[in-house]
Design a protein around this ligand. Structure first.
Ligand code: FUB
Length: 616
């Protein structure tokens, strides 16, 4: 986006000013009593997004969206975007791993798709316009991780009849179905390879009993419009869809089988807001149910400049879905965010004035930072206190400052980091400043300050805390400092890998394991508090095979060693990173003479990679 020029376009300036206006509204809200709603919806502020398709994978929600161009007067959409979150409020921008150019045979309309995981791969079904005949068809892209990169799986459309909006679902018996359609509603049975199908496309009969009654439109007698989202819950099949354009509301039908017969169940989300379309995606995550949709709630928002938002809901006891209305509050946070491991700058609850771009260090970075811009990160668990803040920065000008604030943009400043010029917008360096007063769980505001124009870019940040302050007891958990702090439990060879990393520039490789219990380890004897709860987060990736990796704490007291499982054994593949996570409370009688944190496997001796480990 900013590779060739840092000139701010009219359209970009417009959304920036508009978001700044909304930010001032947020500031006003921040002055209201604590119980007042805080705006966290829409969940992305720096671009317009549409057509949400959430996917739960390995403890995170991956959110696939379309991208409405600034100033659009039609569905002028050229790419899809990926976001992810572990807590439903802080969303990481993964950029655009799929666009129209991925499909050499398509020329327009990167519209509403859905991603599903199978066979260790991720299949992304999208409607696009076929260049040869101008018809809308369904393409399928495949990737090895939920964030891609994605490639055209077939080199041609999977299926097509000039209708749109695919939804994919795998039933308990392994049979996969692809649904799509506007004005019709169709399905095919996908084969297990997910890129071919058996039989031919079948039209689902749109009866008024199945899809409600639309009045005054003889050619479309039912409410079904587009955007099906099919899933199964407690043995019941649900089809949530956009109803009766325009403007659309979200309705749903249920059935006892994947292809019907469907029974209309009524409205979920009434018509509301500035967008004449709506589009739903529904998931369960960490014990809660979530409804994603889009509206036109950002400044400049309209039917063609939409924004994805989310609400938490609870199914009624009979399985029906309650009425859900759009809010600016959004879903509550699940858990807290750990500031003592590296956090991507593009992990944001609310951003003002900033944009993102592909980083030369991998992933994305925040850019186009100007004086007064800020990033809010919600629910940051500082515990007893952070002592310093480190930011990864680059600047082709003379930099500026990062004000580390709590609670609001005008809240207490607990540290200020100075950023100097680095000679380039992708010439990265780390800057560290002292922090005092960051305790408990607070909203973090990184407020940027300096002169005029673009100040600097921000790739990632991390707080450091003293042992016992609630900080990470592991040393060099992100493997950015060689192999410092790491050893081997038993046999094996550790080294720093710089080509396959989960974050930053390095991960920890272990090869030559001869037993399942062998793995990278750290001695934490002097750092543990008896009876304190610790949360483990460690990212693991196989270098071979598909082992079940787990994190363990070996505790030796009174001459006896006990083993505490910190994170359940989880299958890891060579295709992507898997988070091992859990909470455990180490306790012992007498004197603790040994405590070893280590990663192992349930069986086998496959080689592993480990990154971004924390135990705090
Ligand atoms: O985003 C383009 C189209 O608008 C989608 O395919 C429809 O579902 C509607 O949201």
């Amino acid at each position: 986006m900013k590779v060739n020029t840092r000139a701010t376009t009219w359209a970009r300036g417009r959304i920036r000013r508009a978001v700044a206006w909304l930010a001032s509204l947020v500031c006003v809200l921040a002055l209201l009593p604590a119980s007042a709603a805080q705006a966290d919806n829409p969940i992305v502020q720096h671009i317009y997004t549409a057509d949400p398709a959430p996917l739960v994978h390995n403890g995170r929600v991956y959110l696939y969206t379309g991208h409405d161009e600034d100033g659009s007067t039609y569905f002028t959409m050229k790419e899809w975007r990926v976001w992810s979150s572990a807590d439903m409020v802080n969303w990481t921008d993964h950029g655009s791993p799929l666009n129209l150019a991925t499909f050499s045979w398509a020329d327009a309309n990167a519209w509403a798709g859905q991603v599903i995981a199978r066979n260790g791969k991720f299949y992304w079904y999208v409607p696009v316009r076929q260049r040869s005949n101008g018809q809308m068809v369904i393409g399928v892209a495949v990737g090895d991780s939920p964030t891609g990169p994605f490639r055209d799986a077939l080199g041609r459309p999977l299926v097509g009849n000039n209708e749109i909006d695919p939804s994919v679902f795998i039933d308990d018996d392994g049979q996969a179905y692809l649904y799509w359609g506007n004005p019709g509603l169709w399905y095919v049975k996908l084969n297990a390879d997910m890129i071919s199908y058996s039989g031919s496309a079948t039209r689902i009969q749109l009866t008024t009993a199945g899809f409600g009654t639309r009045n005054g439109n003889a050619s479309r007698p039912t409410l079904y419009e587009e955007g099906p989202w099919v899933f199964k819950r407690n043995g019941l099949y649900y089809n949530v869809f956009a109803a009766e354009c325009c403007s659309e509301f979200i309705a749903y039908s249920t059935a006892t089988g994947p292809t019907g017969p469907w029974t209309y169940r009524g409205t979920i989300m009434p018509r509301q807001g500035a967008s004449f379309t709506n589009h739903a995606g529904v998931i369960d995550f960490q014990g809660g149910s979530y409804f994603f949709y889009h509206n036109g709630a950002l400044p400049g928002g309209s039917g063609y400049t939409r924004s994805v938002a989310v609400e938490k809901f609870t199914y009624n006891s009979n399985g029906t879905i309650p009425t859900i209305t759009m809010t600016t509050t959004g879903a509550p946070q699940v858990g807290t965010l750990n500031p003592y491991v590296r956090q991507e700058a593009e992990t944001i609850a609310w951003g003002s004035g900033i944009e993102t771009e592909v980083s030369s260090e991998g992933g994305m970075n925040v850019g186009w930072i100007e004086n007064g811009d800020y990033i809010k990160v919600k629910g940051v668990a500082f515990g007893a206190g952070a002592t310093s803040f480190t930011a990864r920065v680059a600047s082709a000008t003379s930099g500026g400052r990062i004000e580390v604030r709590l609670d609001s943009t005008s809240g207490p400043t607990v540290g200020t980091c100075t950023v100097g010029g680095t000679g380039g917008w992708q010439t990265w360096t780390s800057t560290t400043c002292a922090v005092s007063g960051a305790t408990g769980t607070r909203d973090l505001y990184l407020r940027f300050a300096g002169g005029s124009g673009n100040l600097f870019n921000l790739n990632w940040w991390q707080f450091n805390g003293s042992t016992g302050s609630g900080g990470n007891v592991l040393t060099n958990g992100d493997v950015e400092n060689g192999t410092t702090g790491w050893g081997v439990n038993g046999s094996g060879t550790i080294s720093r890998n710089t080509s396959v990393v989960r974050g930053g520039a390095g991960s920890l490789s272990i090869t030559g394991r001869t037993s399942a219990w062998n793995g990278p380890s750290q001695d934490v004897t002097a750092k543990l508090t008896n009876g304190k709860s610790y949360t483990t987060n460690v990212w693991v990736r196989a270098q071979s095979g598909t082992p079940s990796a787990k994190a363990t704490l070996a505790l030796t007291a009174n001459g006896t060693t006990s083993y505490l499982q910190l994170a359940p054994a989880t299958a890891v593949t060579a295709n992507g990173w898997t988070l091992l996570t859990g909470t455990a409370t180490p306790s012992w009688s007498g004197t603790l003479t040994g405590a070893t944190f280590y990663v192992e496997t349930a069986a086998g001796t496959d080689s592993l990679l480990v990154d971004d480990a924390s135990f705090q």
